[in-house]
Design a protein. Structure first.
Length: 312
């Protein structure tokens, strides 16, 4: 009897953590990025504006726990193609790990949402690119604003998750994801530290800067947010380009098929890569081996999908 009770309690604790029973973001007040406290100049927002301003702008959204520098190549390419470019630093990122501890997806997305609406009001054409969690946020922009006056012209996602693990699909990227909520009861992060890149060249991944470690509290918030994003993918009618590497070591490649099957985007372009480099195969627009080709494709997709501006 005792063993049965203990087993039942352990199963309930596991389900509470893995299925996020009753979860709500604790931190929801609006926050701003601490740009003046960036740990490296490369963490700063990238803002590239023409004089006079262009008619079209691209917003690029970094991942978790990354920084705007992941778009250094694509931002400059987009600017050369005639776009004004904005790569914001999301609040909690790019300063010190403890700044991320008591924040949530609600706050990160809230900041991006307001940023997007500001640019949407300033430009005739606005496009959004998101990588990893930034791709999930880009999908949420599409869900919220498709078929409205504030809709973006088109979206592009790189390695965007709508789930971290999915037993029903036979996809377990990391078993540890199921235990994050339990760990977060005791600490917001394990080994959180600043990462400023590596000296050994590795197809561009050595240039990645941000935080390293396991940010479990924020990870729980992200995992919860992904459930809602996945549920509402059908609301996306905005043109969408989604790319994912088949060997992505961070976010399961099967996310791409889930996105493709659920969205109502017209048109939708699903793009796969199959890299063999010894890196995470995740932040694709940083990798020298594929960044030019993918950037070319995204810019061409955006050019084909500019909305017509109504004239009176």
């Amino acid at each position: 009897m005792v063993y049965a009770v203990v087993t039942l309690v352990l199963v309930l604790i596991f389900c509470w953590s893995a299925l996020l029973w009753g979860y709500r973001d604790q931190y929801t007040d609006p926050i701003e990025p601490l740009v003046d406290e960036a740990f490296d100049p490369r963490c700063l927002p990238i803002i590239l504006q023409h004089d006079p301003p262009a008619e079209a702008a691209i917003i690029m959204v970094h991942g978790y726990p990354s920084t705007p520098y992941s778009y250094e190549y694509t931002a400059n390419r987009a600017f050369e193609a005639g776009y004004d470019v904005y790569v914001p630093l999301l609040p909690g990122f790019g300063t010190k790990p403890s700044d991320l501890f008591h924040t949530s997806f609600t706050q990160w997305y809230g900041y991006l949402r307001n940023y997007y609406l500001d640019k949407r009001s300033e430009y005739d054409h606005v496009f959004v690119i998101g990588t990893s969690m930034g791709g999930s946020m880009t999908l949420r922009i599409g869900e919220e604003f498709s078929d409205t006056a504030e809709a973006p012209d088109a979206l592009a996602t790189i390695a965007a998750p709508v789930f971290l693990n999915d037993i029903s699909l036979g996809v377990i990227q990391k078993w540890g994801y199921y235990f994050m909520r339990i760990v977060a009861l005791f600490t917001p992060a394990i080994g959180g530290r600043i990462h400023t890149g590596n000296s050994k060249e590795n197809d561009g991944e050595e240039l990645w800067i941000g935080y390293s470690g396991a940010f479990v509290q924020g990870g729980v918030s992200l995992m919860h947010a992904l459930k809602g994003i996945r549920k509402n993918l059908h609301a996306i009618t905005t043109p969408l380009y989604s790319a994912h590497d088949m060997g992505d070591r961070t976010i399961a490649f099967q996310n791409l098929a889930v996105i493709q099957e659920a969205v109502q985007a017209q048109p939708f372009v699903g793009r796969t890569t199959q890299m063999h480099s010894d890196h995470n195969r995740h932040v694709l627009l940083m990798y020298r081996s594929v960044q030019q080709e993918l950037t070319d494709e995204i810019l061409a997709f955006f050019a084909r999908n500019r909305k017509e501006i109504a004239t009176s």
